[in-house]
Ligand binder design. Structure first.
Ligand SMILES: Nc1nc2c(ncn2[C@@H]2O[C@H](COP(=O)(O)OP(=O)(O)OP(=O)(O)O)[C@@H](O)[C@H]2O)c(=O)[nH]1
Ligand SMILES: [Mg+2]
Length: 224
């Protein structure tokens, strides 16, 4: 049977806007922001490249601790909506000096707690490791923001590197994570394009962007 045709590209344009090693250096927000958070090496930067359909827009590395700054990328979807994707340094990388880890924690926490345009955190966990203590701390951190300070920030949990689990075990692995944590998971792999589409859909749904085109056409009134 012939393979189904590839999905049309989601992204019209994606550009690097700014990088900052201190929250105060970030430019004022232009659009709703979606931040990618998770342990070092979990695949945040790679996932962003896959989402924006550019191989090397965001720097990645097989060595943990690659991303040291907060980087903002402006994305224009095929339907013309704009949003900002935010690459965060990874947490939990033990081989850094104590002061460096403290600096990163301040940077990540400062961004997550204070950025008014932050609308959604995509929280990444390696499908083979599951949710660990650092990841729990991320949830606790997001709960610290007083509700009156800004609109509530959504969290999407994503299990990365799904290609490392054999095809037959993928659904089971995601179900196991759901049982352990009590919330649903989206599986993702840079190697499995079908997983990119589902994540895009969830992100855009949360931001209420590009929804008109996705909704079924309204039933027309019969002519009198
Ligand atoms: N097999 C496989 N490898 C992946 C996938 N995603 C990322 N990787 C690899 O995992 C390593 C880390 O990827 P990055 O995207 O740099 O990870 P990161 O979370 O941004 O890491 P830090 O910047 O250190 O926080 C790289 O060697 C990637 O090629 C995936 O879906 N499947
Ligand atoms: Mg990175």
């Amino acid at each position: 049977m012939p393979a189904p045709p590839p999905a049309p590209p989601r992204v019209r344009d994606a550009q690097f806007i700014a990088g900052a090693s201190r929250v105060e250096q970030l430019p004022a927000p232009q659009h709703l922001e979606v931040a990618f958070a998770g342990r070092s090496n979990v695949g945040k930067s790679s996932l962003m490249n896959a989402l924006v359909e550019r191989r090397r827009l965001v720097r990645t590395s097989s060595t943990p601790g690659c991303t040291r700054q907060i980087s903002l990328f402006e994305v224009t979807t095929r339907l013309g909506s704009r949003l900002t994707l935010v690459d965060l340094p990874g947490y939990g990388y033990a081989k850094r000096s104590k002061s460096e880890r403290a600096e990163w924690a301040e940077l990540i926490n400062g961004y997550l707690l204070k950025r008014p345009a932050l609308s959604l955190v995509v929280a990444l966990v390696d499908v083979r490791r599951g949710r660990e203590e650092d990841d729990e701390q991320l949830v606790e951190l997001l709960e610290q923001v007083p509700p009156q300070a800004r609109a509530p920030v959504g969290v999407l949990w994503v299990a990365t590197k799904l290609d490392k689990v054999p095809g037959s075990g993928r659904k089971l692995a995601l179900n196991r994570l759901k049982e352990q944590t009590g919330h649903p998971w989206i599986g993702f792999s840079t190697e499995l394009p079908e997983t990119h589409e589902l994540l895009w859909r969830r992100v855009l749904q949360h931001l209420e962007l590009d929804q008109a085109a996705a909704a079924p056409a309204p039933a027309t009134e019969p002519a009198p």
